[in-house]
Ligand binder design. Sequence first.
Ligand code: UNU
Length: 517
Amino acid sequence: MSIVSFKVSDDNPVTEKTLAAQLAKLNVSLHPAEESEFRSFLAAAHETAKAVEEMDDYTPPTDLVRFPRKNLQAIMAKDKLGAWVYKFSLQDTEENNGPLSGISICVKDCIGIAKIPQIMGTDCWEPWTPSTDATVITRLLKAGGKIIGTSNCEQLCAFTGSHTSCLGNVHNPYLLGHSAGGSSSGSAALVASGQAEMALGADQGGSIRIPAAMCGLVGLKPTFGLVPYTGITSNEYTLDHVGPMTKTVEDNAKMLQVLAGIDGFDDRQCGVPEVLEYEFKEHRKLKIGILKESFENPFLEISMKNKILAAIERFKELGYDIVEVSIPMHTQAPQLWSIIERVSGLHSRLGKASGRRLYSDPVFFKHTHPLGDHFFSKAPVNVRNSIINGLYFEENFPGIFAKATNLVLKLRAEYDNALCKVDLLIAPTTPFAAPVHGPREGSPREQVSSTFGINTNTCPFNISGHPALNLPIGFLPTKDSLCKLPVGMQIIGKYFDESTIYTAAYAWEQKFDWHLN
Ligand SMILES: NC(=O)c1ccccc1
């Protein structure tokens, strides 16, 4: 047994009552004759925990000399889109002619930047301030990028609309009062409105691709693990992805080139190739598969369907082959995603996610847990519902998480098989263009109904892990037809084959100006 020492300090708080309290949680008991020694084991365990708490933490290296925070002025900014959190200017102090030299970048407000308070769209707890930079921040700075601020995001990164941040609604730059898409809502609005040249987003169910689609951006959810999640607040370990949001395909590839690769701190990166080069200008003739089931999605509006099918047709003008590919299991993927997002996501929300070899900040856990009614009463409808569902799944369906995870492996194999026959798959990103913001007041259903069905074609690739990119393809008129809003298509590739996605996206983008479509 792993008792390190039975020596306990004078202030050791473990009593018979402490032991009894642990047993009561499971509604179990010990034989009375065993209690005294179990109490002494628990007292020793307390000393072990205290010893670990007193050790210095081991964190990703954050270079505060080369990228100093001493004189960093971070100012809370309020613009008419509601897209900023803090504005500041952080860049390399050494001469830097890197690939992103001088490029302005905003960062979703769940991505750690040392000394910059992280709000993550929530007032469920006070803002928390990381002491380290996420790996992606260090990489952008080393590449010469100029980080100009953090961008507002949906509360706890958990919504596909853009009306749940405690800082206010994020408006679509093409039409105020309409959603920018979520949860990387501010990142999309800032790039689309020209206030930043590039953005980082994060995506657990569509949160890069959906706002990219609704704001007319190129947004990539990279292959699972390709870009380290180190230093970014996790929603759920196997759904977490971070990636670039840009105006053009070329910029997207440029940014990914800087972000990708193993950092040694994230167990999600197993299998990431050592050499990563994002090619996209070659003129290969590709074979494109229209993912049949994604176009039979009951939420998909007919105008969106026709718009995307017409955009795919245009690949023929590039000499590409187009075929239809059926993957029946695609329709079950959102159900599998829901189990994983709610069961494993619950443990993450409760601060109990464990069993992974990766960095997370104990200061954050101390700051935000345990979750109580002060949290629950302020959390938005979707977050409260997800917690209730997760508890219910776990209690009433033992093994459901294991089964969903097994089926995710099958799902991945089905997409992999299809991607042996075609180079790329194409699906709608969203089923309709940006809706009007939902209300913050009103019944729970009223608050969330504008987003029903939005992520049904994006979340499958969070569980499967395949890279998926939104490419803007044109506009659709709003319901009153007085305005038009951007729409996009989703291009899905083989694991770690972002290059082929970029090749097709770049060829399409260069041949057809989506702004005119
Ligand atoms: N963060 C996400 O991508 C997300 C999307 C939809 C629902 C919940 C989370």
